[in-house]
Design a protein around this ligand. Structure first.
Ligand code: HEC
Length: 207
């Protein structure tokens, strides 16, 4: 219940940040031809909230179940989140990533300075839920949205003590670093890069 309350609060907070940035964007809209599109930014926030809710939902259904989880149900918590992130990138022309310093899947390792700075910022500011940045990624200018991922009790079945990780994780992720977490720890972050030209195209289409 507390988690749900917190989630709603987080969402309101993040939407607040979005609206602020929208106001700012509109103020500079007449001056700059290529600007982050307000709808696009709000859309990114919404999609990430759904993605995070999907993981929490799957993890807590596993936790609440009286049945012994099968190998299949155990596998179906974070992998679908990764697959949905890829799908979101393809659908929207974004780059949607999960990034963690202590990663399980090496695809989620931080791999540039922005990633490292983003993680450090969440680490230093425990109350920070999300933020925006203007960045150049792979030589392309754009806007990047960052969103905190925190460890909850339901995560510990697979991200808790090293020795108590399910067998499929020990076997499938030999270089796993994503264990020994406690509730409330920073688990990592989502990062959504929205390139400028996509925003421009959408803006043109809606004008
Ligand atoms: C049933 C086991 C299981 C549970 C429960 C679980 N995870 Fe995971 N988690 C995994 C696996 C397996 C991966 C690697 C998935 C992949 O290959 O993309 C992973 C990956 C992740 C990643 C991507 C970064 C990385 O390390 O590769 C994040 C972030 C994450 N988990 C957060 C959470 C959070 C937050 C919770 C609780 C709400 C949670 N996990 C619950 C098994 C689990």
């Amino acid at each position: 219940m507390q988690t749900l309350y917190r989630r709603i609060l987080n969402f309101i907070l993040v939407m607040g940040v979005t609206l602020l940035s929208v106001g700012w964007n509109q103020a500079i809209a007449s001056a700059a031809p290529i600007i982050p599109n307000a709808n696009e930014l709000a859309h990114a926030v919404q999609e990430i909230e759904s993605l995070d809710a999907m993981r929490t939902g799957l993890a807590s259904s596993l936790e609440g179940s009286t049945e012994v989880p099968t190998k299949q149900t155990m596998k179906e918590v974070c992998r679908p989140v990764g697959m949905r992130a890829i799908q979101l990138s393809q659908e929207n022309g974004w780059q949607v990533k999960q990034i963690a310093k202590k990663y399980r899947n090496p695809d989620h390792a931080p791999n540039n300075l922005h990633d490292i700075i983003g993680l450090a910022k969440f680490n230093q500011e425990p109350e920070l839920i999300g933020f925006w940045d203007r960045e150049t990624l792979d030589k392309q200018m754009g806007t990047r949205y960052y969103r905190r991922i925190e460890v909850e009790a339901s995560c510990l079945a697979c991200h808790g003590l090293k020795d108590s990780r399910p067998q499929f994780i020990k076997d499938g992720y030999p270089q796993d670093l994503a264990y020994d977490f406690n509730v409330g720890d920073l688990r990592g972050m989502y990062a959504v890069f929205i390139p400028d030209n996509i925003q421009k195209a959408i803006q043109d289409a809606t004008n």
